[in-house]
Write a protein that binds this ligand. Structure first.
Ligand code: ADP
Length: 408
């Protein structure tokens, strides 16, 4: 089945055309600066290895979808004759609140519930709604399926998702742990479970999605029992520009000392903290690693090392606590930009965890870089398997969409 996967942002729209019978991506691209001057599309036809770019006004997401259709059906850059060759559209949706515990066919009722999720992720939800409505305008007959980043985490028990605040805040405002990157955690934990020599129900896996945004999840028997992101994607480990878990009393303390508003401190915790806040140089782990590689003479060396040491320390703590929560551990998976590529961070995290049953194969770890397949990086005798598994959220979205549409 040919599925068009759409990831709509406020001024961008990414797309991939995936054949779910072969898992092959035939085309992909991005529309940028939607609703602004200088909107453009960048399109790739994978089989022919062709790339193109066109500046073209796109006032909204419907205009962007028209451009996508134009390129998908283009005689030179396209890969289908007409839109009848696409069976359905699958949308990435960042926040489904507590309404959605799985992927779902888009209906008016579903859209009404999605409107209510605006409270939790205003910018993303508005963008998704524009993307969905843009598709509806261009292809009203085409089934659309919504795949939520939060859905996989809906299996958590109340003790994992309720904060010890007055309970009425949960009831009145829906304040609870939701978790993020669920589609990625679901994909890599599923791939990992297949590699373990036991039934899925018996597996205990910690998945570390470490990128610009990072989250760590405990997956027991194929179901999430805990995850590091919380009510928002600010919680958990140190990230590119986000602080992760801190003592909550620090927030009013700094607001008072620096005379900041709630919006200002929120901005600092989301955009000026993490790797960027510690190093003062960059949010990008490649820059941070380069500063460490340059050695102690480099003026940024100490802070760069501190930034990575903080992340290492926190990931270790999550792995340890999640093993306790699951009463065991079969595998640890690293994924996303840093998890898939940072040889240094993986080595630092896995060091000194032998008592825990984690024995890293340093040579295998060095080879696990920009790989497209799952790569084992633990020693053969290691009680806990450690793998690098490249994430593929688009494939999950395409597969869910195909499954829901086939059952119609
Ligand atoms: P996002 O959360 O934006 O999807 P990604 O998963 O793409 O983020 O991860 C981005 C991060 O991955 C950046 O910090 C980037 O530096 C890092 N990264 C990408 N390639 C490498 C690499 N070769 N070595 C270390 N870090 C890398």
């Amino acid at each position: 089945m040919n599925i068009l996967v759409v990831n709509a942002g406020s001024s961008s729209l990414k797309y991939q055309l995936i054949d779910t019978t072969t898992d092959v991506v035939s085309a992909k691209g991005i529309c940028e600066r939607i609703g602004m001057d200088g909107s453009l599309i960048e399109h790739k036809q994978i089989a022919k290895g062709l790339k193109t770019k066109e500046l073209s006004p796109m006032k909204d997401h419907a205009d962007a979808m028209k451009m996508v259709v134009k390129y998908l059906t283009d005689a030179e850059y396209g890969c289908i004759k007409d839109m009848n060759e696409i069976q359905a559209i699958g949308h990435r949706v960042v926040h489904g609140g507590a309404f959605f515990s799985g992927s779902i066919l888009m209906t008016e009722d579903v859209l009404e519930k999605l409107e209510l999720c605006r409270e939790f992720a205003p910018l993303h939800t508005v963008a998704h709604l524009m993307g969905i409505r843009g598709c509806l305008e261009i292809m009203p007959e085409k089934p659309q399926v919504l795949v939520f980043d939060t859905a996989f985490h809906q299996t958590m028990a109340p003790e994992a998702y309720i904060y010890a605040l007055p309970y009425e805040y949960y009831e009145k405002y829906g304040i609870r742990r939701y978790g993020m990157h669920g589609t990625s955690h679901r994909y890599v934990s599923g791939e990992m479970a297949k590699l373990l020599d036991k039934p899925v129900e018996d597996t205990k896996i910690v998945t570390c999605h470490i990128g610009n945004g990072s989250s760590i999840t405990a997956v027991k028997g194929g179901k999430v029992v805990d995850t590091s992101m919380g009510f928002t994607p600010l919680a958990g480990v140190e990230m590119g520009t986000r602080c992760g878990d801190i003592d909550p009393a620090i927030v009013p303390y700094i607001m008072d000392k620096e005379n900041l508003s709630g919006a200002q401190i929120n901005d600092i915790m989301n955009k000026k903290s993490g790797f960027l806040g510690i190093t003062g140089v960059s949010s990008d782990s490649r820059d941070v690693e380069d500063a460490i590689a340059a050695g102690p003479e480099n003026p940024n060396y100490e802070k760069a090392l501190l930034a990575v040491n903080i992340l290492k320390h926190q990931i270790k703590k999550y792995i340890g606590s999640y093993a306790a929560v699951m009463n065991g551990l079969d595998a640890v998976v690293f994924t996303a930009g840093i998890g898939e590529n940072s040889i240094m961070l993986r080595e630092m995290v896995c060091e000194d965890l032998e008592f825990f049953g984690i024995e890293l194969d340093k040579d295998a770890n060095k080879l696990a870089f920009r790989r497209s397949e799952a790569t084992k990086i633990s020693k053969d005798g290691s009680r806990v398997s450690v793998y690098v598994i490249p994430t593929n959220e688009e494939l999950v979205i395409a597969r869910d969409t195909a499954a829901i549409v086939s059952a119609l």
